[in-house]
Design a protein around this ligand. Structure first.
Ligand code: GLU
Length: 194
């Protein structure tokens, strides 16, 4: 068993797991890392078999769509990243569905914007929908609705989104899976260690 069987999870009933793009999408080829996704699916199935509720917050739509649309690796203008997200999100959702279906786990795509948590009525509605999905045994796969979120009103960062989702569903544990080894005071890729 890999990353998700840590002792800290033993007593948790409801777990939110955030998956960063770098784990899911190969930086060089822009393709899905299906071996990694399958091992994640094994871990999710194991947690579910222990009676836990699992909610996934997954990045990767822009990284996957960028490759399909043959857009450059550099920072994209907003309209291109939104187009990439539209193309990539459908592939991302399908990949999760295909990885979890062999474990007889039903997946559900939930796309949200920052406004959905700021507006009380929308917040309550998204909470009720997530709760219903969980009670029906489905695994919600949450991402920001990048295609319609505008620059000024967006999470922009799925760590923030995952924190909001964890609060919304009353999670016991939030796990942030990333390729960054530990905590840093600045981006370790851009800022050399002192
Ligand atoms: N929502 C973005 C995506 O799916 C990722 C945002 C993030 O990685 O923090 O590509």
């Amino acid at each position: 068993m890999a990353a998700l069987t840590n002792a800290n999870l033993t007593n948790a009933k409801r777990i939110v797991v955030k998956i960063g793009s770098a784990l899911l999408v190969d930086r060089k080829t822009g393709k899905l890392r299906s071996g990694w996704l399958h091992s994640l699916a094994n871990d999710v199935a194991w947690l579910k078999s222990q009676g836990k509720d699992v909610i996934l917050v997954s990045s990767g739509s822009i990284a996957l769509g960028r490759e399909v649309l043959q857009l450059p690796r550099s920072v994209l203008p907003l309209e291109q990243s939104q187009a990439a997200a539209a193309v990539g999100q459908i592939r991302l959702a399908r990949a999760y569905e295909e990885a979890l279906a062999p474990h007889t786990i039903t997946t559900a795509q939930v796309l949200v914007t920052l406004e959905d948590s700021a507006d009380r009525r929308r917040y309550l509605n998204s909470r009720a929908t997530l709760e219903t999905l969980i009670s029906l045994g489905a695994v919600p796969i949450v991402n920001e609705n990048d295609t319609i979120a505008t620059d000024e009103i967006r999470y922009g960062d799925n760590d923030r989104l995952a924190a909001q989702v964890a609060v919304t569903v009353g999670a016991d544990v939030l796990v942030l899976l990333s390729d960054v080894d530990g905590f840093y005071s600045a981006n370790p890729v851009l800022t050399p260690r002192r």
